[in-house]
Design a protein. Structure first.
Length: 74
């Protein structure tokens, strides 16, 4: 259903259009999307929120692992 709908706005918390939702969800709010369903002729507002948070059981990398590092330069 949502994949067929075109999202025409993707807003971060604090931007215009998200303030009431930011008051409601607080720091758990990740983003707000506005979509348009052409089939039904309606606009939809969706929110993405954090519902659970817990620490990682183990580190992602060991101390002696080689890891890729992206260094930007001009």
């Amino acid at each position: 259903m949502l994949t067929e709908m075109k999202a025409y706005a993707h807003l971060k918390p604090g931007q215009d259009g998200t303030k009431r939702l930011l008051d409601k969800y607080g720091k758990t709010l990740l983003c707000v999307r506005y979509r348009f369903d052409k089939t039904r002729g309606v606009k939809l507002k969706t929110v993405k929120i954090i519902v659970d948070e817990k620490p990682l059981d183990k580190p992602q990398f060991k101390d002696d692992d080689l890891v890729p590092v992206h260094v930007a330069y001009n």
